[in-house]
Ligand binder design. Structure first.
Ligand code: KIV
Length: 265
């Protein structure tokens, strides 16, 4: 089976077909995501929070990301796998950024994502020049949480909105194949989506974007330390897991498990 390509991904905007993206970090969920028919997987640095239990994404390393990217890319049969560049892997210099982006492709990803606007345009330009497809990420950028003062909506103020729009255009010009818009007002997401020819992928940016992305554990109702307004839990797997584990403990304690059905005669 062949993988979804970047041109096929982009074609969906032209066809008016919404693009569904989800994060995954391991082989089991990669297979489940694909069985559900989703074709784009982001190995997000959100793994710092949902897998590693940290309060933000800043401590995630290249080695962490490459480990999970390799696992997801090996398990994926059809999905376009995008690796998320962690904090400090692309900020220091264009050279380091290109080298680290290339390591994601060597790990099996078909593209990378990085956060930021004007500050990363030279990185995006260099990466695309060397055949590394780049997805941008604007609005609320979690790696800048210390500067932005928390996880809050960006681009409410007209001058801020204008800057985000200009940055989106600059990323497209530099060669980005798509851009994530996180936590921005729907009206701004709409303007950007209309003005760009590359797809916009929203998270907390309304239904006007060309596609949507969610963190897998959020949409499955597994992670409830912090549930932003933009998350819709489509399942309640944490509640199911708690119930299952409590029942298992009770049955072990009262001798109901294992029964003859789970024992060898
Ligand atoms: O790290 C991540 O999972 C992300 C998405 C939520 C866009 O950046």
């Amino acid at each position: 089976m062949s993988h979804l390509t970047i041109p096929e991904f982009q074609q969906q905007k032209k066809q008016g077909k919404k693009i569904t993206v989800v994060t995954a970090y391991d082989a089991l969920f990669t297979r489940i995501v694909e069985q559900a028919g989703l074709e784009v997987i982001l190995v997000g640095d959100s793994l710092g929070m949902v897998v590693q239990g940290k309060t933000n994404t800043l401590s995630v390393t290249m080695e962490d990301m490459l480990y999970h990217t390799q696992i997801v890319a090996s398990a994926a049969q059809r999905a376009l796998v995008i690796g998320d560049m962690p904090f400090l892997s692309y900020q220091v210099s264009v050279e380091e950024a290109v080298r680290n982006a290339g390591r994601f492709l060597q790990a099996g990803a078909a593209a990378i994502k990085l956060e930021g606007g004007f500050s990363v345009v030279d990185r995006v330009e260099a990466m695309t020049r060397f055949g590394i497809p780049v997805m941008g990420h604007l609005g609320m950028t979690p790696q800048s949480v210390n500067q932005s003062g928390g996880y809050r909506v960006q681009g409410k103020d007209p001058s801020e909105a204008e800057k985000i729009l200009c940055e989106a255009k600059a990323l497209e010009e530099a060669g980005a194949f798509a851009v994530v818009l996180e936590c921005v007002p729907t009206s701004l997401a709409n303007t950007i989506t209309q003005e760009l020819s590359i797809p916009t992928i929203g998270i907390g940016a309304g239904k006007v974007c060309d596609g949507q992305v969610l963190v897998l554990y959020d949409l499955l109702g597994l992670f409830d330390d912090f549930v932003p307004k933009f998350v819709k839990p489509y399942a309640h797997l944490k509640a199911d897991a708690l119930q299952a584990l409590k029942r298992y403990k009770e049955e072990v304690e009262c001798g109901a498990f294992p029964s003859d059905a789970e024992s060898y005669q």
